[in-house]
Design a protein around this ligand. Structure first.
Ligand code: SF4
Ligand code: SF4
Length: 355
């Protein structure tokens, strides 16, 4: 690694000694109990990981509390998984229970390993991002409260299930390849503020920001503003990122769409993109009962009907989409039909139907 004064330090200086010693030579892992895995190296060394659930947006005090546990039991080492699960690593079996006790004392659940649901990844939501069509932290809290038995291992699934949420179609939350995903959607064109637009925005940049060419100069040359062709607008919100005089968020029209069946793993079958299963559910804060209800129904149906080690997408592939809509009781509408110009490649083009 180049020696410069910028960028992160070499990660090898940050990992536990046992991980460095056995780097690339970990042989297998065992499921000890919910949230606890035992990793065994070729050399016979063992490392225990204890995983817990956590919110994504946290305070420095919260991080300090986690660091105190890591200092006391893990020689100062603490890691976060790609789904923001804090994970404590220890070589001492006798440290497992004290770590779990300390985690529980912070009010955090231990779990998320094995055939369960781990932390839900999400984006910024109303707390931080200007484009949000739905909240992130609030909606994720409501969803994970429903999924709690599946996190702590009280209930299990055919295989692991990953949940994610992106609060607009910019999709910082990588919802395109998870088992079940929620994405915020705007359903109304931006509201152009003719008074402010001239002072706040550059017209050429604003016109260029629209991927569908829906924005045109205002027909009155004396008005320094733009108009939006509603038939061409796909409610992406890109123009608002460029021009703050075109807000698109709307308490009446914003909501979420739900996707299913994606995965990144190469195991058994190729990685898959998630597919649309519900085009629109209006926002209903603070607990979004319609969204949590439908996700719970899908998870329960998968728990009942999925075969061991089948991910959600593999389960749907086996039973067919018709049966999926049938079993989950979700309506199939014209909005499910992909009308993008390259959609044909995604269509089923044989006469074989699975019933
Ligand atoms: Fe902002 Fe959209 Fe990313 Fe959410 S998904 S943080 S609204 S850009
Ligand atoms: Fe164009 Fe998207 Fe703005 Fe609609 S929301 S006008 S499609 S940039």
């Amino acid at each position: 690694m180049a020696k410069t004064d910028i960028g992160p330090p070499n990660f090898r200086t940050l990992i536990p000694k046992v991980v460095e010693k056995n780097y690339g030579q970990w042989k297998y892992h065992e499921y000890v109990k919910p949230g606890v895995l035992k990793h065994v190296a070729e050399s016979g060394d063992a490392l225990y990981s204890i995983r817990c659930g956590s919110p994504k947006l946290v305070s420095t005090d919260f991080i300090r509390d986690l660091c105190d546990i890591a200092d006391k039991y893990c020689e100062g080492h603490l890691r976060f998984t790609s789904r923001y699960n804090p994970e404590f690593l220890t070589t001492k079996k006798e440290n497992i229970e004290p770590i779990i006790k300390a985690i529980n004392k912070l009010g955090l659940p231990v779990g998320g390993t094995g055939k369960v649901i781990s932390n839900m990844i999400h984006t910024q939501g109303w707390i931080h991002c200007h484009s949000a069509a739905t909240d992130a932290s609030g909606l994720v809290k409501a969803i994970m409260d429903e999924m709690y038995p599946y996190f702590i291992g009280e209930k299990t699934l055919p295989h692991k299930l990953k949940l994610s949420l992106a609060c607009c179609i910019n999709m910082c939350g990588a919802i395109h390849a998870t088992d079940l995903a929620v994405v915020g959607v705007h359903t109304h064109i931006p509201n152009v503020d003719d008074q402010k637009l001239g002072a706040l925005c550059e017209i050429p940049t604003t016109l260029a920001s629209c991927p569908t060419g829906a924005i045109r100069r205002h027909p009155d040359k004396d008005v320094k503003s733009v108009t939006v062709n509603a038939d061409k607008c796909m409610y992406c919100g890109n123009c608002y990122t460029v021009c703050p005089a075109m807000p698109i968020a709307s308490p009446e029209h914003d909501g979420v769409a739900i996707y299913a069946g994606g995965k990144c793993a190469n195991a058994r079958s190729a990685p898959k993109f998630s597919r649309l299963i519900i085009p629109y559910i209006p926002n209903n804060p603070p607990r979004w009962p319609e969204v949590t209800g439908v996700l719970k129904k899908i998870v329960e149906t998968y728990a009942e009907d999925g075969r061991p080690y089948e991910r959600v997408g593999e389960w749907i592939d086996r039973i067919g989409w018709e049966k999926f809509f049938d079993l989950t009781g979700l309506p199939f509408t014209e909005y499910h039909i992909d009308d993008f110009k390259y959609a044909r490649t995604t269509y089923r083009t044989t006469t074989q139907f699975k019933w």
